[in-house]
Ligand binder design. Structure first.
Ligand code: AMP
Length: 191
């Protein structure tokens, strides 16, 4: 089984690349952002709660995020592996994921960060906001808040996974194809 965490700031290209990689390696793609948006569309209690955080660019609390993630993994356990996109985003989530996977005799193979600078990321997000309709992509203050959430709560995961010898960094600037090539060259080494 191969389990990849795609890591990176908002706009780094995690969703785009996860979509390509899931087909290439036949992995099950879990995007916690997409799961929340699905709940929002269905106006579930979880969706209503998540929306109150997401619309501001804040992270949704760990407990509900972890429960949702674990439920999705459990419901799809007969797969070749997972690609986690946008999870974990806090040390609490990373610790919960490790404990949960260990319990299922599974583990993270690698955490791969897509790196790009804030200026490029902001441009990408504003552009995406024009078509995605996502409130959190349309306002520079909200985008800045998402970067701050990342710097304060998610960036510490670099050292969390480095300590485990599982952290890899990939240049996230270039064409979609170029970035996919960088990722597959790295992931092929884990097969
Ligand atoms: P994304 O689609 O990954 O950009 O996520 C959009 C928003 O969903 C984030 O800004 C958070 O509000 C929320 N979200 C997604 N994943 C997580 C997570 N792992 N922990 C907390 N909040 C999350």
């Amino acid at each position: 089984m191969i389990n990849i965490v795609l890591f990176g700031k908002p706009g780094a290209g995690k969703g785009t690349q996860a979509d390509i990689l899931k087909k290439h390696y036949e992995l099950f793609h879990i995007s916690t952002g997409d799961l929340f948006r699905y709940h929002i569309q269905g106006s579930t209690d979880l969706g209503i709660l998540a929306k109150s955080y997401m619309d501001k660019g804040d992270l949704v609390p760990d407990k509900v995020t972890i429960d949702m993630l674990e439920e999705t993994v459990t419901q799809n356990s007969n797969v070749k592996g997972f690609i986690f996109d946008g999870f974990p985003r806090t040390t609490g989530q990373a610790e919960a994921l490790d404990a949960f996977l260990t319990n299922k005799s599974m583990s993270i193979t690698a955490t791969i960060a897509l790196e790009a600078n804030d200026k490029i990321l902001t441009e990408r997000l504003i552009n995406r906001g024009k078509t995605s309709g996502r409130v959190d992509d349309q306002d520079e203050n909200k985008i800045r808040n998402r970067f701050e959430e990342y710097n304060n709560k998610t960036a510490p995961l670099k050292s969390f996974y480095s300590t485990q010898g599982k952290f890899y960094s990939v240049n996230g600037i270039g064409s979609v194809e170029e970035i996919t090539q960088r990722l597959t060259r790295l992931i092929d080494g884990f097969l």
